[in-house]
Design a protein. Structure first.
Length: 279
């Protein structure tokens, strides 16, 4: 089988494991060529750090994709993450169009919020713009907050009822017609995971719940999901691998008492990723 190629369109946070500094090593370790289109360069990510610097790379996004197209380059998947402005959403949609072939998957992680609140720098209607990108995607990976914001419904703290999760899944499918992997799903205090919905069937994947919060875990989840899909796994199987790998990374980080701002210690868990993928 020919090697797969993914274009990861995210920011580069120079410190704090997230975005491209997570996507590139994880997807590459899974045997998948990983091309990148950086959307911005930040000195650190925006969570827990003060006075970070940001260099917007919006003007490079479409020209990079246009250059690839002129060279006859297409990709098997486009994987989008943090976009620093509403304007970038339209630029990324155009870039994805330019580098996509007839069977290219568009996987969108609508990175914009968590714990009931938008991230710094985003205003109230950012979710409406992100919904447009999600509507163009084949697969989306929102967390509970992001799903609630895109639907304009009230965010609730977990554990959740099945009715609340089903309403988010079904509401997002009506709005986007994309397959959905909803993260952060928990029905009790013991387990946490993801709900998978393809417009017809719902399924769930869980792991032991770990009561610690770290930056970048959503990026690890979506990067692992992308890697597993490119290795031929079904959406549910890929989600289970992503849940298991993310949990293993969090456990290792807790053992080593790492500063939560620095993200999770995924590097030492790469051998487990290879094992989960049976490579």
């Amino acid at each position: 089988m020919a090697q797969k190629r993914v274009a990861a369109i995210h920011d580069i946070s120079c410190l704090g494991r997230c975005s491209l500094t997570v996507a590139l090593p994880i997807i590459s370790a899974a045997g998948v060529e990983t091309a990148v289109i950086p959307t911005a360069v930040l000195s650190t990510h925006t969570g827990g750090f003060k006075d970070y610097t940001v260099r917007d790379l919006s003007s490079d996004i479409v020209p990079t994709a246009r250059h690839w197209k002129s060279e006859g380059i297409t990709v098997d998947a486009v994987y989008t993450g943090y976009l620093c402005s509403k304007e970038q959403i339209y630029l990324v949609m155009e870039a994805a169009r330019l580098i996509s072939g007839s069977n290219t998957l568009l996987i969108t992680d609508p990175v914009m919020a968590d714990n009931g609140r938008l991230y710094k720098g985003f205003d109230g209607d950012y979710a409406d713009y992100m919904l447009k990108l999600c509507s163009a995607a084949d697969i989306i990976t929102p967390n509970i907050t992001e799903a609630a914001l895109m639907l304009g419904v009230r965010f609730r703290e977990g554990p959740y009822s099945e009715d609340y999760i089903n309403a988010l899944l079904e509401g997002l499918y009506v709005k986007t017609h994309s397959k959905i992997v909803l993260t952060g799903v928990c029905y009790d205090e013991r387990r946490i995971g993801a709900a998978v919905y393809d417009g017809e069937n719902k399924s769930y994947v869980f792991t032991e719940r770990i009561c610690r919060m770290y930056h970048g875990t959503g990026d690890i989840f979506s990067s692992t999901l992308t890697a597993a899909l490119m290795n031929g796994r079904s959406l549910k199987a890929a989600a289970q691998i992503a849940v298991n790998f993310t949990a293993a990374c969090i456990k290792k980080t807790m053992e080593e008492d790492t500063d939560p701002r620095l993200g999770v210690n995924f590097e030492s868990q790469i051998p487990n990723l290879i094992k989960y993928l049976q490579l």
